[in-house]
Structures are given as C-alpha cells and as structure tokens.
Design a protein around this ligand. Structure first.
Ligand code: FE2
Ligand code: FE2
Length: 136
C-alpha cells in the first residue's frame, strides 16, 4: 500500500503524518512477508503509541478550533484506537508471528476505515474553513 492520491486530504501536516504511518505499514508488511518483522516489531509498537498521541491531539485541536461538526464521533474513534493499541501492547509484550499479523491487520484496518474515510472528511472541512476564513 503506497501513499497515493486517495489518501491525501490536501492538508499538508495531515498528509505528512498519514504518510509516516502508511510508510511504516508498508515496511512492516514487506518484512512480515519475508519473516523479518521481528526486528521491526518493538519499534512499530513504540512508534504507534507515540504517533497516535501526537497526531490525534493535533487533529482534535483543529476540530475544536474549526468547529468541525463531526468532532465528537471522530474523537471517539481516536480514543477507541488508542484503547485498542493499549490492550494490544499489554497482550503482546513480545513478538510472535501471530502478534505480527495482528498488528498489521489493525494498522491496515485503521488506514482503510479512518484515514481513508473520516480523515478525508475532516481534511475537506479544514481546507474549506481556511479558504472561507481567509487563513492560509
Ligand atoms: Fe483522525
Ligand atoms: Fe489522521
């Protein structure tokens, strides 16, 4: 899964951060296919914990500031994913092939369901807000 136009919202910081996640997903997927994902596992789990914290906070800040109508539901999705990752970390402290598959599946689902749908809508709102309120 490469970062192509369908993932772009047009909001630079958002696209940059989404690309980071999708690039890592692609890297883990390739490593998993050749059974080399063990080395990447700890890094990926740690990265995700840091990433969601930072990225979600930023999106939530914009949702608040730009009065995004769907912010309640969007924030709930973020919180649910943070919770899901936390549980995953507790259940899978160490690498196993099954944990590797599980992690990939969760990342892939998040990319498809959240980045490709919810974040697209948010991105449109941000662009529109900045256009109509004269900010750049
Ligand atoms: Fe989001
Ligand atoms: Fe996002």
């Amino acid at each position: 899964m490469d970062f192509d136009a369908k993932y772009e919202t047009g909001v630079l910081w958002q696209d940059f951060q989404h690309k980071q996640l999708i690039d890592l997903f692609t890297q883990v997927k390739e490593a998993r296919a050749s059974n080399k994902d063990q080395n990447l596992y700890r890094y990926t789990v740690a990265f995700l914990a840091m990433y969601v914290n930072h990225h979600f906070k930023l999106e939530e800040k914009y949702m608040e500031q730009y009065k995004y109508p769907g912010r309640k539901l969007h924030t709930k999705e973020h919180q649910d994913f943070v919770h899901e990752l936390k549980e995953f970390r507790m259940d899978n402290k160490d690498y196993s092939p099954q944990a590797g598959d599980d992690l990939l599946m969760r990342m892939g689902e998040w990319i498809l369901s959240h980045i490709l749908e919810d974040d697209q809508k948010l991105g449109k709102h941000i662009l529109n807000w900045e256009k109509t309120s004269g900010k750049s």
